[in-house]
Design a protein around this ligand. Structure first.
Ligand code: ATP
Ligand code: MG
Length: 367
């Protein structure tokens, strides 16, 4: 799939941008704070209505303005598409594909998929489980609209149940609804686990060979999905998972009421990452951490390709400059085939990927 053209109005520091990208490598140059990352963020938003660094859509709207507009011209599945997002402060965002209003963000991913890799992705390896869940969720949401729907229902239920647990002592009647919430959370939770288990299984096959190539055959990467402790086989059918999730809820009921927190369910899942049998989070060196994060992202890219039979658009933010020459050429070699948008600082001449070059200055495309 190819993002041919990107148009932005009042998105972050862009008053207006029109950029036409080449199908291969596109290098986006500019000094610090000019809008390079904003541009990648916009491209990613058109695939998922999510941003890797904004919690709320309103952060994406230009300061002092009340709306923003994003438009992408994309070819995918042998057809042409136009995807649009309209963001308004204080209102729900609106998404369109070929002029038709979309009901869910997941539908964007049926046309455009992106994989973004940025320096903060080291936290995939280093930080807590929340980062890794976010990585899994971002990827699966793009591929499976049903997962995106289940996940957003699960999050809603989680928030409502959390409120019940927080306030039940003051308002004991809230407990009347707890069983209903538990049942629905277990049902939706089973769907979430099912999708995550299959995704991790495929990722666990694709990532180790990349890590191995990257490290000249020295490093062995292992990935494992970790979920609710009563689940014996996360790939089991949803009805088996449902029973196991209900068992776990039951045994944690008292603890949830006492701690006033939701303790049972896949909102605590993790993706366990090991290098040569050691937990990467605790023991990986800086180089190993960077390599592992990149291996995960490139594996994800290959998984998308297997699934869609087209390469997703790869967005590399400021990462090549941090790699040594050998790893850089490894990456550039490995990403052949699909469209890539790479950002780097102006003085950085190391990126030799060729392709089209863009110069960004103060939120404007100047060359
Ligand atoms: P670096 O090389 O340092 O990573 P960059 O070119 O990637 O820089 P961006 O992260 O894209 O820079 O951000 C550019 C500018 O956008 C920043 O100066 C920031 O203040 C500005 N900016 C961010 N959000 C908004 C917003 N909502 N409205 C206006 N400007 C914004
Ligand atoms: Mg940046």
């Amino acid at each position: 799939m190819t993002l041919h053209k990107l148009e932005l109005d009042f998105f972050r520091n862009y008053v207006h941008l029109e950029a036409e990208f080449a199908p291969g490598v596109n290098v986006i140059l500019g000094e610090n704070a000019q809008g390079k990352t904003n541009l990648l963020e916009a491209a990613a938003y058109l695939s998922s209505a999510r941003s890797h660094r904004a919690r709320y859509d309103r952060e994406l709207v230009q300061f002092g303005v009340d709306h923003a507009f994003l438009k992408g011209e994309i070819s995918s599945r042998g057809r042409d598409f136009t995807q649009e997002a309209r963001l308004h402060r204080g209102e729900r965002r609106q998404l369109f594909s070929n002029g038709v209003k979309l009901k869910t963000a997941g539908e964007l991913g049926e046309v455009l998929n992106t994989i973004l890799f940025c320096p903060e992705d080291l936290s995939l390896i280093r930080a807590g489980a929340a980062e890794r869940r976010r990585f899994l969720d971002d990827a699966i949401c793009q591929l499976r609209p049903k997962y995106a729907a289940a996940l957003s229902e699960y999050k809603r239920l989680y928030e409502q149940k959390t409120r019940i647990l927080r306030d039940w002592e003051e308002y004991p009647s809230l407990l009347d609804t707890l069983d209903d919430f538990n049942l629905r959370m277990a049902q939706v939770g089973a769907v979430v686990i099912h999708y995550r288990a299959y995704f991790v299984k495929r990722l666990a096959a694709l990532a180790p060979p990349i890590q191995s190539d990257f490290s000249g055959g020295r490093e062995k990467l292992t990935l494992r999905y970790e979920t609710v402790s009563t689940v014996t086989d996360p790939e089991a059918p949803a009805k088996v998972l449902l029973e196991e999730l209900l068992d776990h809820q039951q045994s944690h009921r008292r603890a949830e009421l006492d701690s006033r927190q939701c303790l049972s369910g896949p909102h605590k899942d993790d993706l366990a990452i090991e290098i040569d049998g050691q937990v990467a989070r605790q023991f990986a060196s800086q180089g190993q951490t960077r390599t592992a994060a990149l291996s995960l992202k490139l594996a994800c890219r290959e998984l998308f390709q297997e699934d869609r039979e087209e390469w997703p658009v790869l967005l590399l933010d400021d990462v090549l400059s941090e790699l040594d020459a050998r790893r850089q050429s490894f990456v550039l070699e490995r990403i052949r085939g699909g469209q890539v948008l790479i950002t780097c600082c102006e003085d950085d001449k190391k990126v030799t990927g060729g392709g089209k070059r863009f110069l960004i200055q103060g939120g404007r495309l100047v060359g």
